[in-house]
Design a protein around this ligand. Structure first.
Ligand code: CAA
Length: 241
């Protein structure tokens, strides 16, 4: 049996590519998802990867979900905090609900998922935490005060926890994808995407989910043990942090 990897938001978009790449690399993968049952069923049918439904925004659900994954597959050694949502709006129109939903999932979700696996990783003296932040947490994005704040928070979380985990053999790193060709990005108004966003990407195209998945496989490996607290940007040259 390989090491167990748990990927949040792991049945769609970038997360699905991550789950598949980790499976190909020999991990026993559990893919968490929040709501889209049809997509999860189709994903399991296609890949054989087991899916688990809970919201990363709720601490008790995370505790219970992780307990189930560990009962089924064994202790989680690799956690990929990938689940994320957008509620884009210019700030003057942003509602408290739009703010809260994004912070609860994209920032508090990292606490809710990492806290229940942390003690086990410390006891076993091994772990890999990989947080999927965003280019927009690095540079900020108009229309995304909520998302940019949460994703910047993910980077602070990564750096603090990297210091705490180092002596226990746990690495904590972040990946900042740029604009990747997923449903989330394709939901942006086509005119905004084509006229305002793609022209800002020097390689001249959206990224592929697999280009992020390969970064995850690298950071998850035992060989990456000297890399911790790092931010790996994969954005087609759009922003140099
Ligand atoms: N900088 C400054 N001002 C801007 C701006 C920018 N980048 N973009 C728009 N504005 C201004 C407009 O010029 C306009 O000004 P006026 O009212 O003076 O004319 C005003 O803001 C309103 O613009 P819109 O007509 O676009 O407003 P809207 O309410 O129709 O749409 C929006 C707002 C939904 C946020 C839309 O602009 C949008 O979708 N923007 C893209 C946001 C984005 O990049 N989201 C990323 C999603 S993918 C993701 O998050 C994955 C990842 O990690 C990369």
């Amino acid at each position: 049996m390989g090491k167990v990897a748990l990927v949040t938001g792991g049945s769609r978009g970038i997360g699905a590519a991550i789950s598949k790449a980790l499976k190909e690399a020999g991990y026993e993968v559990a893919a968490n998802y929040a709501g889209n049952e049809d997509a999860a069923r189709a994903f399991t049918a296609e890949t054989g990867i087991k899916t688990y439904k809970w919201s990363v925004a709720d601490y008790e659900s995370c505790e219970a979900g992780i307990k189930q994954v560990e009962a089924d597959l064994g202790p989680v050694e690799v956690l990929v905090n990938n689940a994320g949502i957008t509620r884009d709006s210019m700030f003057h129109k942003m509602t408290p609900t739009q703010w809260k939903e994004v912070i609860d999932t994209n920032l508090s979700g990292l606490f809710n998922m990492t806290h229940p696996v942390w003690s086990g990783m410390r006891d076993r003296k091994y772990g890999r935490i990989i947080n999927i932040s965003s280019i927009n947490g690095q540079k900020g994005q108009a229309g995304q005060a909520n998302y940019s704040a949460a994703k910047a928070g993910d980077l602070g979380f990564t750096k603090a926890l990297a210091q705490e985990g180092a002596r226990a053999g746990i690495t904590v790193n972040a990946i900042c994808p740029g604009y990747i060709g997923t449903e989330m990005v394709r939901a942006i108004d086509e005119k905004v995407l084509n006229e305002r966003i793609i022209p800002q990407i020097p390689v001249g195209r959206l990224g592929e989910p697999e280009e992020i998945a390969r970064c995850v496989v690298f950071l998850a490996s035992e060989e990456a043990g000297f890399i911790t607290g790092a931010t790996l940007s994969a954005n087609g040259g759009q922003f140099f942090a």
